[in-house]
Design a protein around this ligand. Structure first.
Ligand SMILES: N[C@@H](CCC(=O)N[C@@H](CS)C(=O)NCC(=O)O)C(=O)O
Length: 151
């Protein structure tokens, strides 16, 4: 049986918000299912069956296929509903939009995530993932739960 498309979402988180903004600009209505990140719903079943990486957003398609990664979901939606074109139509516009998207993701979003997520690494003097957090250079091998202050 074909079902409606559905978006796994979290109200305050930036990545699913990106998809919500994209949907709104396109005028597409997709039912949403909330995942409570503070309760850790993303890190356990049944959500891990949707996205084994334990992150939102995830878009479940009508045939049951699942798309993860906000950028990929936006690309999919653009291909499905080309108007209004949000990734540009001329070579220059496409290039500029891609350039700004990468800058925002790499310099803005990634830095904010590291700052928010890695205060425990910084306090323990560990270097998390990219090495941008203050620390003594020892790499962090802690679990995701540890970074959220859970046992
Ligand atoms: N590159 C991914 C990032 C997804 C991501 O980091 N999602 C965050 C919310 S903004 C999340 O689910 N965090 C929960 C966790 O890491 O436990 C995307 O753009 O979809």
């Amino acid at each position: 049986m074909r079902e409606r498309m559905r978006l796994y979402d979290a109200e305050w988180a930036p990545s699913p918000r990106r998809v919500r903004i994209f949907l709104a600009e396109k005028g597409i209505d997709v039912p949403r299912e909330a995942i409570d990140l503070r309760q850790g719903d993303q890190l356990r079943e049944p959500y891990l069956k949707v996205n084994p990486r334990g992150q939102v957003p995830a878009l479940v398609l009508e045939d049951g296929e699942i798309l993860c990664e906000s950028a990929a979901i936006c690309r999919y939606l653009e291909a499905l509903h080309p108007e209004p074109a949000l990734f540009g139509t001329t070579p220059l516009a496409i290039g500029r939009i891609e350039s700004w998207t990468r800058r925002i993701e790499g310099d803005g979003y990634a830095a904010a995530v590291l700052a928010l997520r890695c205060w425990r690494c910084a306090r323990a003097g560990l270097r998390f993932a990219t090495g941008r957090s203050p620390g003594n250079g020892r790499p962090c091998r802690k679990s995701p739960n540890w970074h959220y202050g859970r046992k």
